[in-house]
Write a protein that binds this ligand. Structure first.
Ligand code: HPA
Length: 291
């Protein structure tokens, strides 16, 4: 059986029992190399890959060795699963994630979230790079996502489902855990930097937005704009996983004074803010361990 997945495997939906089979196959392969039950799943976004230095890794598994995992094609994304402990807490970390703009269907992008949940993770921490439309934000700021608007044009929950995969119509009144947001803000305060809380608007990308789009996105209530995270959060929340999602502001998009944005600059800005993100994730981890 060929279990490798490439960009050609783009079925917009698959049967629910086939999805369950794929999750089980991925879990079985990971289990052969790593047996602890992770408390937390971490998804590292653009420019934040160095965070894995903090993890005492027991196993590092390239995505192409995990059945049915897609391959990472985005810049700044390594494409491996790092299994180990973070400050003593068992964690499973995706170094590199998948995006709608790579051509993957949303169910495929979020399969790893289902796998992390099936391994036992009850908490998910997600990071991303984002452009700010809130004029008070600055490059290098961090924001805890408090809510989102999904304008990606796709949803990871469309298609066949069953009881194992979760509720057909999950509530989305509070997908982001408010205790985590408060912890993130108080850790930031203690460490001497600010952490906004705000609304993330997800678009499919891959182009950055026009001035008219930025104006519109601010008007509808967005603080930052990005091309990821929302599919993973929808699935995590459907599964009852508590979510902390953190955005790094890599560019500020003021429609009436808009400079050009390019991918390399976004990666560089995300790396320079990594210190703040690291402090928050480590602080939240310490608090989880204490419970
Ligand atoms: N728009 C969308 N995605 C992004 C941006 C942006 O301005 N910056 C970083 N990711």
């Amino acid at each position: 059986m060929n279990t490798s997945v490439d960009i050609a495997d783009r079925k917009s939906t698959i049967p629910a029992d086939e999805m369950v089979r794929r999750i089980d196959a991925a879990v079985a392969t990971i289990r052969e190399r790593w047996s602890p039950v992770p408390r937390m799943g971490i998804i590292l976004g653009t420019g934040l890959g160095n965070f894995t230095e903090e993890i005492a890794a027991d196993a590092v598994i390239p995505y192409d060795e995990i059945p049915f995992f897609p391959k990472s094609t985005a810049i700044g994304h390594a494409g491996q699963l790092v299994c180990g402990t973070l400050r003593g807490l068992p964690v499973v970390t995706m170094e590199g994630r998948f995006h709608v703009y790579e051509g993957y269907p949303a169910w495929q992008i979020t399969l790893p979230v289902r796998v992390m949940h099936a391994l036992g993770a009850t908490v998910m921490v997600v990071s991303n790079a984002a452009g700010a439309v809130n004029p008070e934000y600055r490059t290098g700021d961090v924001m805890a996502i408090e809510d989102h608007i999904n304008l990606m044009g796709v949803n990871p929950l469309t298609g066949p489902t069953n009881d194992t995969l979760g509720n057909r119509f999950p509530d989305m009144s509070r997908p982001y855990d408010s205790d985590f947001i408060e912890q993130a803000q108080s850790i930031a305060r203690e460490q001497g930097f600010g952490c906004h809380r705000g609304v993330y608007v997800a678009l499919s990308g891959p182009n950055y937005e026009t001035r008219a789009e930025y104006r519109f996105l601010r008007k509808i209530g967005g603080d930052v704009i990005g091309m990821s995270t929302v599919p993973e959060v929808i699935v995590a929340h459907q599964l009852g996983v508590r979510v902390l999602a953190l955005s790094t502001v890599t560019n500020v998009c003021l429609p009436d004074a808009l400079g050009e944005t390019d991918g390399e600059e976004v990666v560089a800005a995300a790396s320079s803010a990594e210190r703040k993100l690291r402090a928050i994730v480590l602080g939240v981890t310490e608090q989880l361990k204490g419970r």
